[in-house]
Design a protein around this ligand. Sequence first.
Ligand code: NG6
Ligand code: CA
Length: 509
Amino acid sequence: MKMKNKPLNWILFPLAGLSACSTSKKEEAVKPNILIILADDLGYGDPGYCPTSKLNTPNINYLAQTGLRFTRAYASSATSTPSRYALLTGSYPWRNEKASILPGDAPLIIDTTTETLPAMLRKAGYTTGIVGKWHLGLGNGNINWNSRISPSPNEVGFDYSFIMPATNDRVPCVYVENGYVIGLSPDDPLEVNYEKNFPGEPTALSHPQLCTKMKWHHGHNQSVHNGIPRIGFMRGGKTALWQDETMADTFVTRAKRFIFQNRHHPFFLYLALHQPHVPRVPHPRFAGKSGLGPRGDVILELDWCVGEIIRCLKDNNLDKNTLVIFTSDNGPVLNDGYYDEAVEKNGDHKPACYLRGGKSSLFEAGTRVPFITWWPGTITAGVSNAMVCQMDIIASLAGFLNMKNPSPDGENVMDALLGKSRQGRTELLLEANGKVAYRNKDYTYIPPYEGDAVSKNTKVETGLSKEPQLYFIQNDSSQQHNLAAQMPEKVRYFQQRMDSILHTGITKK
Ligand code: NG6
Ligand code: CA
């Protein structure tokens, strides 16, 4: 169900704001289920509802058409680990020096005493679950994958966890349920190493003929599993290794089971899907269906997952009692390390719509992501230009549930999330690979940084320049006109604001 008559100026002029009003007493008493569906590397322009998209995503379109679609919603970061850290803790990721893209054997980077989003919701009476990509580390270093892994998501607020430890291109290629690798056989222990290979084990370099499904373009040349080369080395655990083709079905099945089991009391489900992150290996029923190659195909698969989950809510009569947030951990990339025809078959599709940059970039497309809130009967369908960040979800739910806000940097923008107001936050720092930019309602300021202007590997514009950059983002979302030389006062002021947020610790609530 592609949207007809898409207005070309939709990105700049979303529907006018509704009048602001505060949350009423009656609503404060409500405890809706909370379901966050997080895609991985899905760009602002990927969903079919976007005028420049060439993909057909009827289920995501349905959420957008019957829910509230945000045009200025941000992930805190342009890569996964820091973005997910901010979402779950409400803390800027650069406050934790370990919050950068983690290997699959990294220790957990969330302190177990932190009142995370799931921990807060558990305190409020929710049953909490995560299904999907974790990427925030496990254990305390030197993980033994053959016994219970702790700390895990269960030690930072989740009652139930069924996770992929890091990314689908990183070892170990196993699912971990409540701290246990699923499907291990005791006579074939699983071992993981990111420093060196296990003696005698094949890699993509020593045995390129093993890469039957996908060849590596950059990185991704270590252990090979399921015909696909990965990052990191692993040995053993053969009976536990996942099939990439059935990962979507596996996550959807677990998510539906969690919803069904908890249908009689409030639950929080964080469903962190893996599409369209590399390696892009759809189930055969989606292969070749998009015309855009595997990247397009796995976005169709993602859309199917969304449809299945929404149907499950409806089948269990939970849709009017569940706040769904659909978003993505960071912006899009075409070539992220495999020969998978993402570039060659992209055609006229614009994964970032008119935004500049992409995954890992300080430009807008790195962090401005699809973001839809959906709660039939409570949220009126529409489009909101309120600026919100995923970090605000925890602070907003705290306010809504009358809980103390445990988040240092999140702001309570619940009225904006519910569509009662078009007022979001007024300023925000955006992060990419440890570097930050300052965003306020009207402008984005990127300080001078050393580094390549275009990533050699992915060809994404990084946003890095030795010159300061200032964009009037209201009228220039494509960041084409650098105003820094014309507006030195603003540059100085935004640099000061940025420094004060960076160095004085905690931002205002
Ligand atoms: C990079 C990987 C990239 C992807 C990314 C993490 C290389 C050369 N590139 O290091 O393929 O895995 O990490 O993506 O190895 S994220 O969405 O989880 O942040
Ligand atoms: Ca990602």
